[in-house]
Design a protein. Sequence first.
Length: 162
Amino acid sequence: MKTLTLSLLAVFGLATAVPAMAFGRNADIGEGIIPDQTRTSIREIVRTAVRHYLNFRKQTPLSEEQKAAISKILAEHREEIAAQINRCRAARHAMEAAVKENGSTKTAAEKIGDAARDRALLMARIGAQVQPLLTPEQQKQLEAARTEIEGLVDGSLASALR
């Protein structure tokens, strides 16, 4: 159970960590650069994602069979997940170094883009394996959470363009 929880957190972390970490500490997210409303929106997106994750676990507990099957899937992808986390971290550090050294930010940005693409593809593969294990009600709850989070992201991006 502990392994399953940590694995799910790792997968969730892949979804949110790279964009959030690129901005630095929570209190400093885009301070002086990004409008305050957008900064608040970013924090709200992360809070909502965590709230949905915790609510899903509480309101829709997985059966022992589901837990075992999901744990097996995550174990199969464990090395990929770890490599992806390390690759994202390296891409962020490369970008930071390029900015500090007035180096090739284009190359560093491409590395961040490649890492984001690969993260999305990995999550899609894992999601495609996990989704059939969920009941229709669990799938509806997951889709509702995803829809709300996407709405928050879209709203945040729209407010940044004002």
